[in-house]
Structure formats: C-alpha cells, structure tokens
Ligand binder design. Structure first.
Ligand SMILES: C[C@H](O)CC(=O)SCCNC(=O)CCNC(=O)[C@H](O)C(C)(C)COP(=O)(O)OP(=O)(O)OC[C@H]1O[C@@H](n2cnc3c(N)ncnc32)[C@H](O)[C@@H]1OP(=O)(O)O
Length: 724
C-alpha cells in the first residue's frame, strides 16, 4: 500500500497510487506521494509529473478507515500532517514542475482533490468524478471546496458537493474539470504529452487555486451561496456540515482561494469529530459489511447467473419488484391468475417506469428496453427457464403452499424459490415441498422499485448457494441485501413494531397524537408513528398486529384506537381518512373528528393514572417510543436474527428511515447509553406494565457495561439462540 515512481526517457515522472481496491489515500500513500514529489522535483532528469492510479482506478479518496481511526483515537496524526496546505498546495500545485492527473475509473473525494491540485487532467471515458464527503458527515478537506468551484463554477460545484453527486468524465470535459478525454489505452501517453507541453509552456500552466475565470461575480456568488443555504436548511435541517461546507466556499469566494483552503482545513477538522460524521462513517462500513456473511460468502461459492426471473402476483409489491428487475435489465415473466389482474399488473409496471421517465430519471430508450424485457403470463409454461421466482401474492398460507409445490414441479432444480411474505413462516410455506434448501424470503419494502432495503430471510434449511444467489440479484437490482433469520416480522418490522405500539399507549395515557408525530419527526424520523400508520393503511396494520399478538403476547399493547377508526371505514391515506385527512395531492392535515375516537379509546383502555393525562416532555416522548424499539432490537441481536449488530443499523436506516446521521438504531442506543435505556424501561415497566419490560440481554449488557453493538461472544446470554 503506497506509491511507485518511474521516470521515463521523455523526462516524465509517473507516480502510481497503489492501494487496492480503490487506491484510497491512506497515510502511507500520502507519505509516498510526498516523497515521490520531492524526489521528482529534485531530479534533473524529470521535467514534468503524471499521477495515475493502479488497476484502472485513480482514487476513491482519503482512506475512510483512517477517518474512523482518527475519530476513535481522537488523534489527527493519521492524517499525516497538513495535507491540504503542505501536500496539495505547496508540494503539488506550487511545484516548479507541472503535474497532470491521468484519471480512469474513479476520482472521488481526496482523489479528485489530488487531481484538481494538478495542472491538467486527462480522463478515460465513463470515469466517476465527485466530492461525496458530505455523505460521510464531513466536508472536502484537501482543497476541494476551493478548487471545484474554480473549475466548474459555483452552482455546479455546490450541487456536486451538497448532494454528494458525482459526474462522468464526459460531463467533466464539458464543464472544464477534465482537459482531455481519451480512450483508456491512450490515457498515460496523452497525460505524459500534456505534462511536457505544460512544462515547455506550449500549453497554459494553470494553478486552479488562483483561477477566477469560472467563478461568478461576487454579488452573484453570494446569492448562489445564500440560496444553497436555504436549500440545505430545507432538506437537511438537522445537519450542520452542509452549512460548514458553504462557509468554507464563501470564505474562498470572498477572500481568495488560499484563505478558503485555511478555512476549509479548520472546518474539516471540526466536522471530522462530529457525532454526525462518526455515525455516517459507521453507516458507510456497515452497509459494506452486509455483504459478508459467514458460512455463505466465505465458502468460495460462485453465484449462479440469473438470466430470467418470474414474479408471481402483479399487485403493488409484485409490480414494484418486477419494475426493479427490468430496470436492471433482467427479463421478467409476470404471472397472474386472470387476464384482468395481469393487465392491471403490467399497467402498474408501465406506470412505475413512466413516472421515472417524467422525472427525467429514465430515457426513452431505457424505458423501451425495460418494457421489452417484460412478459405477462397466466400459466407456468416459461417457468422451466427461469433462475429465480419471487412469489408476491396475498398472505394466505394454503395459497402460498400450493404455489411452492407447483414451483417445485415446473422450475429447473437450480432455480431459487423466493417468497415476498412479510409475516408467514417460510418453513410453513415450504412444508409441502422437498425443496426447502432453495426456499428463501425476499422481503422487499414498499414501493419495491424505490426502497433500497432487501431483507433476505433464511431458514435453517436454506442453502448457502441460495442465499448467495439472492444476494447477488439484490445487488444487481441496486438493493442493499441484509440476511436475516426467520421469525415474525423478521428484523425490521419486528424491531419497529413497538414504535407504533408505544405511540398508541402514549395516546391512551393522555398525550396528543400530533404532538407525538411532531416530536418523533423532530428526532429525525421521516414520519411519526401515526402518519406512518396512515401511510401503511389500517387494514394492513390490523392484520399484522394480529400476527404480533400471537408471536409476542408478553409485549404487545392492545389499543382500541385503530380498530375503532377502522370500523368507521377510516383506512388511512388510501381513502384519505386516517389520523390525518388528505387532500387530492395527499397532503395531510389534522382531523378534527379524531378527538372522539381518542376519547373512546382512552375510556376503554383506562390506563391514565388517577384518570388524569400524564405529562411528558418531547424528550420523554421520543424515549418512550424508541427505547422499546431498542429493547426489541436487543432481542433480535440476542436471538441471532441478524448476523451482526451493524446489519440492524443498516436495516433500520434503509427500511424504516431511522436517521442515518444517528448511525442506526443500535449505535444510537449505545450513544444514549445502554444502562440509561435499561433503567428507563425498568422504571416504565413498573409503572405502565410489561410492554416496557427490558429484555434479559439488555439487562445483562447494562449490568456488565457492554455496548449493544459489541459482538455477541462478549456476553453469554441465557436467552434463546439463533432461529436460523
Ligand atoms: C479529505 C477528503 O476530502 C476526505 C475524503 O476523501 S473522504 C472519502 C471520499 N470518498 C468517498 O466517499 C468514496 C467512498 N467510496 C465509494 O463511494 C465506493 O466505495 C466506490 C464508488 C469507490 C466503489 O464502490 P463499489 O465498486 O460498489 O465498491 P465498494 O464495495 O463500495 O468498495 C470496495 C471496497 O473499497 C473500500 N473503499 C471504498 N472507498 C474507500 C475509501 N475512500 N477509503 C477506504 N476504503 C474504501 C470499501 O470499504 C470496500 O471495502 P471492502 O471490500 O473491504 O468492503
């Protein structure tokens, strides 16, 4: 892990970044770069310098492992000094010899910042260029906030940074970020040539930091920054770092690039140690760790190529799943029970694709391609040729059992047989087959073509090959697959069931519905529990609630509120009447008549102490709703429903919208303190009943002072073990 220096007879020193897989700028690489530059500048046989990345990738940026080390050890020595000032500016940009970056594959974060410190940039087609640091809760820290606006203009640079949005090298060429675009095989030779031309002053020797030609005039620049601040306030009100990034940009626009670099350095270091950055860096690694499943991904198995998929059922879930598949170029056979249902399913898929086209996210060509991959059917004739079936019919056990026993007969023996059930035990679904090893859950979240999470549910009989094959398809269709065990609600729905239960109990205890939603939204959830109940629909809520009462009778709270409303044909958002009323654009407003239902429910529950509403702060509300979620998460960890705690963090963020800048439900619980959560749950369980009773796992961790995210081997629990 370092760099390589080779000086050619043409007088060009080629410095190669070598740190697979993405040539991240680890401290050794940054040191190597500095040493190579010092040597190249000193040597008489060197006229110019080219920087390139090994293995077809320029660089994925500063090493995020080092960021985590810096955060954990609270020590910035892993940065290797003042990289922005000393290496990027003084050593590279101000050198007496010019440099050219030869970019292939990707130049992200510190990688692009390195390229922008060079005096020219040559790129191969389709390289990915961007400054995605804000996604990690930090800001660009190697001069990017200054150099990018000077190369592409303020508006585009702000968009790229604030949205962490990368562009292609083709777009980079149009904008001026890339000077020359050449085929891969000409990349190095063209970069050498350009470097020599700059050295000989046949091409301009431009130091980006001192350029102003692309910057908007000061007044206009200030307006652009003001607008960006307003946007950041609207879209990310909880987050300070987008504003910090704009502060650094503004300093450079007002007082010059070098002043901007100094401001950026200060702000970058502050952001690095923020809770937001710690949480988002955790999320970065947690997301990648979901692909590492012991006993599955470490067996050297090869994924079976999935060339064609069958989806059974063209309802909302089935059509969403089929949409996700055709969007990723996988041919789909959609099966329904009659021509009418089939047409409705196909129309839904078309509508999903059209909605993307209208938003400019799908070209006409891609739309046509996706539609051409779709075939409707009423029989099993095509099923012999599919490699994967995803069943998405109604939650009816005999129906599903029949389908799976049919599938066993009509599909090839290697085909993966998946069910999108969210409540039915997969062992029961596969009971009537001899193919339990290839039966698996593919639990998509609605809308399936939009939501990024895919819970892959394995039973004790599911084979590693089947799991691997579904994980692979999940990745192809751009989902984050999280492998979980087989239990009611799997990981996400199970952990978040107490979310609505606790909220209903608080209402019966006298707290206002809308106040609860507002407090939870202020915490950072995309919607409060009552807005969510409307969104999901009361029909689903009542049915799923029944399953939980059966599965976890010791910890459910039975409120009459939703059943009372349901009886009166209030179905939630679908008929525009639930806890809220909805206009034709589905905008919610409080429902004045809700009061009567609440009063009736409270009367029937009769749990207010001395018949009087309890008093809570917003903090209490958040804790009384989310600590039971943590409690269930602790059981899920204890039972081994997820492979590791960070899987639950990712699942909570991608499946429930738990705020990523809080790191996911487990890491958040650790940040609050396990013993505090335990003590509160214990107190409430004594006052309000067993719904709040802390799990033995939580109790043990609190007693021993061990975090919830620590691996299970640290604790021996008496509780039940994995139901995998
Ligand atoms: C001072 C500076 O301004 C600060 C910075 O530069 S911060 C870093 C900014 N850069 C980024 O945010 C880019 C982060 N990386 C990515 O977006 C993606 O990994 C990528 C687009 C580079 C590649 O994506 P993809 O091909 O899907 O592979 P992906 O699985 O994500 O990554 C491959 C491996 O590289 C690692 N990796 C990627 N970028 C890395 C980085 N900057 N540092 C350390 N490791 C990195 C991943 O952790 C993963 O490791 P694993 O195989 O052990 O799990």
């Amino acid at each position: 892990m370092s760099t390589r220096l080779e000086v050619g007879p043409d007088g060009v020193a080629v410095i190669t970044l070598v740190n697979p897989p993405v040539n991240a700028l680890a401290i050794t690489v940054l040191r190597g770069l500095k040493n190579n530059y010092d040597e190249a500048v000193k040597r008489n046989d060197v006229k110019a310098i080219v920087v390139i990345g090994a293995g077809g990738k320029f660089s994925g940026g500063f090493d995020i492992n080092s960021i985590q080390d810096i955060q954990k050890n609270e020590n910035i020595s892993a940065l290797g000094g003042r990289v922005s000032v000393d290496l990027m500016s003084k050593t590279i940009e101000d050198a007496i010899k010019p440099s050219v970056a030869a970019i292939e594959g990707l130049a992200l974060g510190g990688g692009l910042e390195l390229a922008m410190s060079c005096h020219g940039r040559v790129a191969a087609p389709k390289a990915q260029l961007g400054l995605p640091e804000l996604q990690l809760g930090i800001i660009p820290g190697f001069g990017g906030t200054q150099r990018l606006p000077r190369l592409v203009g303020l508006t585009k640079a702000i968009e790229m940074m604030l949205l962490s949005k990368s562009i292609s090298s083709e777009e980079g060429k149009e904008l001026g970020l890339v000077d020359v675009l050449v085929p891969s095989n000409e990349l190095l030779s063209t970069a050498r040539k350009l470097a020599l031309e700059i050295a000989d002053h046949r091409k301009p020797w431009l130091s980006t930091l001192y350029r102003t030609d692309k910057l908007e005039p000061l007044g206009e620049a200030r307006e652009i920054i003001k607008f960006a601040r307003a946007q950041a306030q609207k879209t990310a009100a909880h987050l300070p770092h987008p504003h910090a990034c704009l502060d650094a940009i503004e300093e450079g626009v007002t007082n010059g690039g070098y002043a901007g670099v100094l401001k950026e350095e200060k702000v970058f270091l502050e952001a690095l140690f923020s809770d937001t950055a710690k949480a988002l860096v955790h999320i970065f690694f947690a997301q990648r760790a979901t692909s590492k499943i012991p006993g599955v991904t470490d067996l050297n198995l090869k994924p079976t190529p999935v060339k064609k998929v069958a989806v059974i059922g063209g309802g909302f879930m089935g059509s969403g799943i089929a949409t996700a598949l055709v969007l990723s170029n996988i041919p789909v056979v959609l099966k329904e029970v009659n021509a009418n249902f089939l047409q409705t399913g196909l129309d839904r898929i078309r509508a999903n694709l059209e909605s993307r086209s209208k938003k400019g996210k799908l070209s006409k060509e891609k739309f046509d391609k996706a539609m051409s991959l779709l075939k409707g059917t009423l029989d099993y004739d095509d099923f012999g040729k599919v490699d994967l079936v995803i069943e998405a019919v109604i939650e009816n056990i005999p129906l599903k059992q029949q389908i799976f026993s049919d599938l066993e007969k009509v599909c090839s023996p290697h085909a993966v047989l998946a069910s999108n059930t969210s409540t039915i035990d997969l062992n029961v679904i596969g009971e009537k087959t001899h193919s339990q090893d290839r039966i698996i859950g593919a639990h998509f979240f609605s809308p399936a073509h939009v939501m990024p999470l895919l819970e892959i549910v394995r039973t004790e009989k599911t084979s590693p090959q089947t799991i691997l094959d579904l994980m692979t398809v999940g990745k192809i269709i751009k989902k984050v697959p999280v492998v979980v065990g087989n239990c009611t609600g799997f990981a996400v729905n199970r952990v978040f069931f107490p979310y609505s239960q606790a909220a209903l109990m608080l209402v019966d205890l006298g707290i206002d519905v809308y106040r609860i939603d507002n407090a939870i939204k202020a915490f950072g959830m995309p919607m409060g529990p009552f807005r969510l109940a409307d969104f999901v629909g009361f029909g689903v809520g009542v049915a799923v609630g029944g399953q939980y009462v059966k599965a976890y009778p010791d910890r459910v709270y039975i409120s009459q509120l939703i059943p009372l409303m349901f009886q009166d044909q209030r179905l939630g958002e679908s008929n525009r009447k639930g806890f809220y009323l909805y206009d034709e654009k589905r905008r919610p407003r409080p429902a004045p008549e809700l009061k009567e239902y609440v009063e009736k429910a409270r009367k029937s529950a009769n749990i207010m102490p001395h018949g009087k509403p309890i008093t809570l702060t917003d903090k209490d509300i958040v804790e009384m709703i989310l600590f039971p979620v943590v409690n269930e998460a602790s059981r899920v960890l204890d039972e081994g429903v997820v492979v590791k705690a960070s899987d639950l963090d990712i699942a909570s963020v991608l499946g429930m919208g738990f705020p990523p800048y809080r790191g996911g439900v487990v890491i958040w619980a650790d940040s609050v303190s396990v013993s505090y959560i335990y003590s509160k749950l214990k107190e409430w369980s004594e006052t309000y009943g067993t719904f709040f009773k802390p799990s033995s796992f939580l109790e043990e961790r609190a007693r021993k002072g061990i975090s919830l995210s620590a691996p299970a081997t640290n604790v021996t629990s008496k509780d039940t073990k994995a139901r995998l």
